[in-house]
Ligand binder design. Structure first.
Ligand code: ADP
Ligand code: MG
Ligand code: MG
Length: 874
């Protein structure tokens, strides 16, 4: 059966981004709006998947449709593809559903050959332009399609410039460029063992296939994983008639945003270069002019530009990121898309568009990417420390935020240092897509070259990483791994700080402070809270974390781990005594010493949470985590306990487990040693009574029993808890409501949830353990082999970061249903890492959980994600 694989811009459905890709759909849209767009056609994303299904070949049907569309384009343009007098030249551009900046490569000026270039030179009466276009084409085709490394060509340019004694590419003459072409072609032949292809149709088909192949290149795979995009989407290819910004001083090319992508300010923002083509602006080869200059250079062109960008913004009701080219004073638009922006800009634009009457509040809530809020929830410079710090340099404020850390000079070093726990500042001449992982690992990025729309700037803004770009004063010595600025040499590992909002660079580690939710941020969060139905709690173990989370809007604590406090200096000895105790009486004595500490912990947390619900989990980790391991520690403890070193060492060894994650932990501890649960229940209840009495807060503790897999074990531990709690309440002579529930983190618990719900008043899905137990691999070890699973396309994402809805999600669904069957009003929540992940939150919304719980810094992200889930699933 035949299928339509290719659409002309004028016939494609602008709404169908899935089929046409984002770039293609918008080119179709702009064409149909009557804007000046060089015409062309789109080879669909289905053709991309078809290409892979067909053993990485275009089918005859696809090739036939491409030829037919090319003929149509010839008719539209009045030029002929492969003609030696008036050749039609095209660009071949990739375009997935969502933009993946810099991930895939574009070939420009395709259709040029040794003969056609002469025709072009004659026809335009501009040989310099013709040869420049041809040499660019050879370079791009060789790089993108034939994989001959780009630096080989750049070396030829540099050599030629040196021979000719010129500094800029634009200073090279037509004859120089002709010579460059000779050298390029020689390089091509040397690399490929054949002449540079002179058949335009072959050039085209090869380029289209190369774009399809690039969908699977390692950079694209990493980028997709970072953004949760599946490989099955595929990319479309756009074949578009060329327009030329490199025809002389009445031509140029540029990029612009309808609003400021850094701050959101409602003012056109852009850069352009005279006599340049394509990527020259973003590649940072020459320093571009601000867009305001265009109004002076070519006022009529600027007026037209203004008319079109206003129309585009109103059409899409969002800030646009556009590419344009001026060919001999005639303006063309080459691309528009909703622009990437910083979180602060995203909030301002969304709130402004509501004020401008262009969006409703709910539409505005959908406009901000929850994950992006992360940028605003991280530290900023402490104004006092900042004032005291000395500015050693300043460049473009390319992506806001504050970053302080140690300098590293390669993406690889940055990645490794960050993995080792360092705060990293990546310092580069300029960044390229290969640097993506190092950029993601860095707190801040400093580049020597490149403008506000350079690769570093665009990618950093997308990631929310602080970036200062284009600092020409920095002298990098890449080999020695040093750089010099303001007379000082900074070595690898030295501290610097970057202010991405001002562009300032500091030669020291400047202190940072906690962020706050105010202004547009607050406005949008209020709108979000109006529509969401999921509650948002936090995972917090200390009063400080709890107070932070409340500031960010947490409505309770979903998980308070009771063991973290055991590691503190004044307690660890007591905890160890408790663990190595041989008899119950001895253990009870140690627990009695711990009780006041534990009670005090809970008092602090209740006070921070005021009357909000607090879920406290009983002791969970394997006991060996608390044991003394070094001989020194053992000796010290033995002395404190009045036993011999040997005896204690033997006890410690006897507690060794082969697989502690699946060993003596969770409620199993309370089954063996009920007195531990007893002490904890007492601390939880007595603290609640104290705070209720002293502060008048209506505390309703929720006591959570971890790692349950069997109703009877829950029953056993619950009995101890209830008995202890009731006795404490009776003794205090006060009313206190409390609840006992369980974690669902063992598959068996999920499958028997109906029985378990008879004893549990609430379930909290511990999806870290549930994922680990369902997949059967340890979250501590999975990192080592998951990389192989990504590269072999077995898994696309880390199941510990994003809930596996198919498998683990099914267990959640089963448990929720079964639990509700037994106990219709059972309270359901999630407290694993996934509680702060937007796509997992949407799943929780759909399953009908009551709340998600996440780390304090993710609370606003979860609030927004919950609101979006409610709007999307209305
Ligand atoms: P990316 O997605 O990396 O931005 P593009 O496909 O948009 O890649 O193209 C890269 C550059 O080439 C852009 O500056 C674009 O404007 C320019 N370009 C693409 N097609 C044409 C064309 N037909 N005529 C002129 N310039 C073009
Ligand atoms: Mg590109
Ligand atoms: Mg582009």
């Amino acid at each position: 059966m035949s299928q339509k694989w290719v659409y002309m811009f004028k016939e494609g459905d602008p709404k169908n981004k899935n089929l046409l890709g984002g770039k293609g759909a918008n080119l179709a849209d702009m064409t149909q709006l009557g804007l000046p767009i060089p015409q062309g056609f789109i080879v669909t994303t289905e053709a991309c998947t078809g290409y892979y299904d067909n053993g990485k070949k275009l089918t005859e049907e696809m090739e036939g449709q491409i030829r037919a569309s090319l003929a149509e384009l010839e008719a539209l343009s009045g030029k002929k593809f492969g003609d030696n007098e008036n050749p039609l030249l095209v660009s071949v551009r990739s375009g997935a559903r969502v933009s993946m900046p810099g991930m895939m490569d574009t070939v420009l000026n395709l259709g040029l050959t040794d003969a056609a270039v002469e025709g072009l030179a004659k026809k335009t009466d501009n040989p310099r332009f013709a040869y420049d276009s041809y040499r660019r084409f050879i370079q791009m085709f060789s790089d993108v399609v034939m994989e001959i490394p780009k630096p080989r060509f750049e070396k030829i340019i540099d050599e030629l410039k040196e021979e000719k004694g010129v500094k800029l590419d634009t200073d090279l003459t037509a004859d120089d460029l002709k010579e460059m072409i000779v050298r390029y072609k020689a390089l091509y032949k040397q690399e490929k063992g054949e002449e540079f292809p002179q058949d335009p149709e072959l050039q085209l088909m090869e380029s289209i296939k190369a774009v399809f192949r690039s969908w699977m290149n390692p950079r694209a795979i990493v980028y997709r994983r970072m953004h949760d995009y599946p490989a099955s989407w595929g990319t479309a290819v756009n074949v578009q008639m060329m327009v030329f910004g490199n025809m002389g001083d009445t031509s140029g090319t540029g990029v612009a945003f309808t609003r400021n992508p850094s701050t959101g300010e409602n003012k056109i923002y852009g850069e352009y270069l005279i006599n340049a083509q394509g990527e020259d602006v973003v590649a940072g080869i020459r320093t571009p002019n601000p867009i305001s200059q265009l109004a002076e250079d070519m006022p009529e062109v600027y007026a037209e530009f203004e008319r079109i960008y206003t129309k585009l913004e109103n059409h899409y009701c969002d800030m646009q990121d556009m590419e344009f080219t001026v060919e001999d004073k005639k303006l063309y638009f080459l691309q528009t898309r909703n622009g990437k922006r910083t979180a602060a800009a995203a909030l301002k634009i969304a709130v402004d568009l509501v004020a401008e009457g262009k969006l409703t509040e709910e539409q505005a809530v959908l406009r901000v990417d929850p994950k992006q809020l992360d940028q605003l929830l991280h530290p900023m410079f402490d104004p006092k420390a900042l004032k005291a710090a000395k500015v050693i340099g300043s460049a473009l404020p390319a992506s806001p935020g504050a970053a302080a850390g140690k300098v590293y000079f390669t993406a690889e070093d940055a990645k490794n240092a960050a993995a080792a726990g360092e705060r990293v500042i990546l310092v580069r001449l300029e960044t390229s897509p290969e640097d993506i992982e190092g950029m993601a690992a860095a707190k801040g990025i400093l580049t020597v070259r490149g403008g506000m729309t350079s690769h570093a700037a665009v990618v950093a803004r997308g990631m929310g990483t602080c970036c200062v770009s284009g600092c020409g004063e920095v002298k990098i010595n890449e080999e020695a791994k040093t750089f010099e600025l303001a007379g000082t040499v900074y070595k690898e590992g030295d501290y610097i700080s970057l202010d991405g909002s001002t562009g300032n660079i500091y030669g020291e580690d400047v202190a940072t402070i906690e962020p706050e939710i105010t202004g547009d941020f607050e406005t949008l969060m209020v709108w979000a809270d109006k529509v969401r139905t999921l509650k948002v709690r936090t995972n917090a173990d200390t009063p400080k974390d709890a107070a932070n989370a409340v500031r960010f809007g947490a409505e309770g604590i979903g998980l308070c781990r009771t063991e973290h406090m055991f590691f503190e200096e004044d307690r660890i000895m007591k905890v160890r005594k408790m663990i190595v105790a041989k008899e119950e009486a001895e253990r009870r004595a140690a627990l009695l010493e711990l009780l006041p500490f534990q009670k005090q912990d809970f008092v602090g947390i209740y006070e921070a949470m005021e009357s909000r619900p607090v879920t406290i989990r009983l002791l969970d980790p394997p006991l060996h985590e608390f044991l003394p391991h070094s001989d020194e520690d053992i000796a010290e403890l033995a002395k404190a306990m009045g036993i011999s070193f040997e005896e204690l060492k033997a006890t410690v060894e006897s507690l060794h487990e082969f697989n502690p994650m699946m060993g003596h932990r969770g409620c199993r501890l309370a089954v063996s040693y009920p007195e531990i649960a007893e002490m904890q229940a007492r601390a939880i209840i007595e603290a609640a009574i104290q705070v209720k009495k002293e502060k008048g807060f209506a505390i309703v503790p929720e006591i959570m029993i971890p790692l349950v897999g069997e109703k009877k074990e829950l029953q056993f531990v619950k009995d101890i808890v209830v008995k202890t709690a009731d006795a404490a309440i009776k003794e205090a002579g006060i009313e206190l409501e409390y609840h006992v529930g369980t974690m669902i983190e063992i598959p068996r618990a999920a499958l028997t949830a109906d029985a378990i719900a008879e004893d549990a008043e609430f379930f909290s899905f511990g999806t870290n353990d549930l994922t680990q137990m369902t997949f059967g691999f340890s979250r501590d070890d999975a990192g080592k082999f998951l990389e192989d699973y990504y590269s072999k396309e077995i898994y696309e994402v880390d199941p510990f970061a994003r809930l596996d809805q198919t498998g683990v999600g099914q267990l959640i669904q089963i448990a929720a249903e079964k639990g509700r069957k037994t106990r219709p009003d059972i309270k359901l929540g999630i407290c694993g890492e996934h509680g702060g992940d937007p796509s997992s939150i949407e799943f929780c919304h759909k399953v009908g959980l009551n709340y998600v719980s996440c780390s304090p810094f993710r609370v606003p992200i979860a609030r927004l994600a919950a609101a979006q889930s409610a709007i999307k699933n209305k």
